[in-house]
Write a protein that binds this ligand. Structure first.
Ligand SMILES: Nc1ncnc2c1ncn2[C@@H]1O[C@H](COP(=O)(O)OP(=O)(O)OP(=O)(O)O)[C@@H](O)[C@H]1O
Length: 263
């Protein structure tokens, strides 16, 4: 399934906030279909990398090439349109909207019907709405949230909110999905189910996935390659086995467990 061409290429990208180089000379190459992990101790710069990739921050150095196009300077919504979707470390849902509407909002940008037909409520609008709703329910079924479609997002337990956020990110039709600590706050059973779900959606939607995760069992269990950041710098890239035994990684995590449990 993996095709031999980089979908994402990051060349020595970085960003400085005042005097602080939050990330510097960060390079990464991800091929279509890969499932890659991004790890590092607290404050290493992982979320900042996601913010650079998604247009939240404009890099002060280097470049980001996605699908052959330079992304530097594009606003987040354009980056999404280009095919990069994400979830957030602190879940960001429309908490007072229903589960179904949370997914429809994301799907809306892809809907075929025009604004004009929506305003005049032409038949195409209703066909578009119906199509959108059916599609949204399909996504919810994959995440076993379809029976909760009318529930307000804020009423869902934490693990389900995390799954809903992934469903919404997927509904935007990404080629590359960025997951920021998808297992945070989940119990071991939920984490195990999430691992299976990530593997499943990757196959089903022919996705490329980059995930930040502190749960080493999850990272080591599903990622093919892992990038390790420390103090804003890349200190290692390799297979889970290589990373587990990498002296710089062990040093960076000194006092923490880079084994099977939480880091
Ligand atoms: N907008 C900003 N302004 C100033 N400093 C920032 C900004 N965003 C991030 N930083 C700093 O950049 C560094 C990296 O932060 P980042 O959140 O990317 O780390 P992280 O690896 O995701 O950490 P964690 O695992 O704790 O979430 C930190 O020192 C942080 O304070």
């Amino acid at each position: 399934m993996t095709v031999d061409r980089p979908l994402l290429q990051v060349n020595k990208a970085g960003i400085q906030f005042g005097g602080l180089k939050a990330v510097s000379e960060f390079s990464m190459e991800i091929k279509q279909g890969e499932l890659i992990g991004l790890i590092g101790p607290n404050g290493a710069g992982k979320t900042t990398c996601f913010n650079l990739l998604t247009g939240v921050y404009v890099p002060t150095e280097g470049e980001i090439i996605f699908n052959g196009e330079r992304l530097n300077g594009l606003p987040p919504y354009k980056v999404t349109q280009k095919g990069i979707s994400r979830t957030f470390q602190n879940i960001r849902l429309f908490k007072d909207l229903s589960v179904l509407d949370n997914v429809k909002v994301a799907y809306h940008s892809l809907a075929k019907h025009s604004i004009l037909s929506s305003i005049f409520r032409l038949p195409a609008h209703f066909a578009g709405e119906r199509e959108m709703e059916e599609k949204a329910i399909e996504f919810l079924k994959i995440f076993q949230l379809d029976k909760l479609k009318d529930e307000l997002a804020k009423n869902l337990p934490y693990g389900q909110q995390r799954r809903l956020e992934i469903a919404r990110a997927l509904a935007a039709g990404p080629k590359l999905l960025l997951l920021d600590e998808p297992a945070a706050g989940m119990n071991p059973q939920e984490t195990h189910e999430l691992m299976e779900l990530i593997a499943f959606i990757r196959e089903k939607f022919n996705l490329t996935i980059l995930l930040i995760e502190h749960d080493m069992k999850l990272v080591m269990g599903i990622c093919e390659r892992i990038y390790v950041l420390d103090h804003g710098q890349l200190i290692a890239v390799g297979t889970p086995e290589e990373i587990r035994n990498h002296p710089k990684v062990i040093e960076a995590y000194l006092g923490e467990e880079v084994g099977d449990d939480h880091a």
